[in-house]
Design a binder for this molecule. Structure first.
Ligand SMILES: [Zn+2]
Length: 115
């Protein structure tokens, strides 16, 4: 019976997508100016996730996010930066990516995929 006793809930060696194997921000192409700016934004926002705050939740955020993605013309100006928590960041990144995906419309006028 031991073959059937696999523990499906055991945590696997799952790596987070943002874990670049111990490389620093500097090695990823972010200069010390960004490190300084990032600290400034975190302090400005009291280390609280701004999207959560907008929803009435108080969550500590430790990431700095571009409100308007740089790919969409956003800048590194403090006006365009906000403190964000991991779940919000992943959610936002997914939505930012999703926005660029054009949905195929079938002949009947309805999207051919998704639900
Ligand atoms: Zn959040």
């Amino acid at each position: 019976m031991s073959e059937l006793e696999h523990d499906w809930n055991a945590p696997g060696p799952k790596k987070r997508s943002w874990d670049k194997g111990g490389k620093t921000r500097h090695q990823q192409g972010y200069g010390s100016a960004w490190v300084k700016l990032r600290k400034q934004i975190l302090e400005r926002d009291c280390h609280l996730c701004q999207p959560c705050r907008a929803k009435g939740r108080v969550t500590v955020g430790n990431q700095v996010d571009h409100i308007r993605p740089k790919a969409q013309g956003g800048t590194d100006s403090p006006d365009n930066l906000q403190t964000i928590c991991d779940p919000c960041h992943q959610d936002k990144t997914a939505r930012d990516n999703g926005r660029r995906v054009k949905r195929a419309i079938g002949l009947d006028g309805w999207p051919t995929e998704g639900n």
